[in-house]
Design a protein around this ligand. Structure first.
Ligand SMILES: Nc1ncnc2c1ncn2[C@@H]1O[C@H](COP(=O)(O)OP(=O)(O)OP(=O)(O)O)[C@@H](O)[C@H]1O
Length: 222
């Protein structure tokens, strides 16, 4: 079991809790049993070798994957008892390879929003360190670092309480990675709960309030 508990004397209560969560498929463990707390204003970094189940755990935390054992709670409520769209809005996942939709950056940020007012888009862009001049750019023309920030901004337009980032600096150069690092730290400092799965030692060292290390996965479940 892996446990990552924040100092209860200085941190607010957890917004998301994974209790003995495990995922299996065809007799294989995709995620070995893990228990952890995700707290507002804190960055929890998930470490572990490739295949340990970091992405799978992130998907459990926002209900895209149901664990075969254990429970995920959002403010105390079992995720399975909550409507999926509400969970997805409150717990936003930015995938490892974010897809840019056709159109401008603003179109990408507004996608799926019922009321995409310009203020909402500008606020989200600023929080993700995207200059407002980029909003009118064709999303297909962005650099990798800009795409990563658009993906974070797109998640932020929903005003999530928890932000899940899967390898946010993968394939970025040092400058772009440093921008992401600063951005993620600043988001947590505004009160967002952040979980980052990463192999990037520099990122982990710069932003982690807690670290949970998953052991090697992919084992037989017996
Ligand atoms: N959709 C899927 N169907 C079947 N097996 C899967 C699926 N997604 C992931 N797996 C398997 O689940 C295990 C955990 O994968 P996961 O991507 O969660 O690990 P990870 O720690 O995020 O890896 P990496 O660091 O390489 O991104 C691996 O054995 C992987 O092959």
């Amino acid at each position: 079991m892996t446990t990552a508990d924040a100092d209860a004397t200085t941190s607010p209560g957890p917004v998301v809790v994974a209790e003995a969560v495990a995922v299996r498929q065809g007799g294989r463990e995709l995620l070995r049993e893990v228990t952890l707390d995700v707290r507002r204003g804190r960055v929890l970094v998930l470490r572990g070798p490739s295949g340990a189940g970091k992405s799978t755990l992130l998907r459990c935390l926002n209900g895209l994957v149901w664990p075969d054992a254990g429970v995920v709670r959002l403010d105390g409520a079992d995720l399975r008892s909550l409507p999926a769209p509400a969970v997805r809005r409150r717990v936003a996942l930015v995938s490892q390879t974010p897809v840019m939709l056709p159109g401008t950056v603003a179109d990408n940020l507004a996608y799926g929003l019922a009321s995409p007012g310009p203020d909402r888009l500008t606020r989200a862009a600023a929080a993700a360190a995207l200059p407002s001049a980029l909003l009118d750019r064709d999303a297909a023309e962005l650099s990798g670092g800009e795409r990563a920030r658009v993906a974070i901004a797109r998640a932020l337009t929903r005003d999530p309480e928890v932000l899940l980032l899967d390898e946010p600096t993968a394939a970025l150069d040092a400058d772009a990675a440093a921008t992401i690092t600063t951005t993620v730290r600043a988001l947590a400092d505004t009160g967002l709960a952040v979980v980052v799965a990463t192999h990037d030692d520099t990122l982990a060292a710069a932003i982690a309030d807690e670290v949970a290390t998953l052991p090697t996965g992919g084992r037989g479940a017996g």
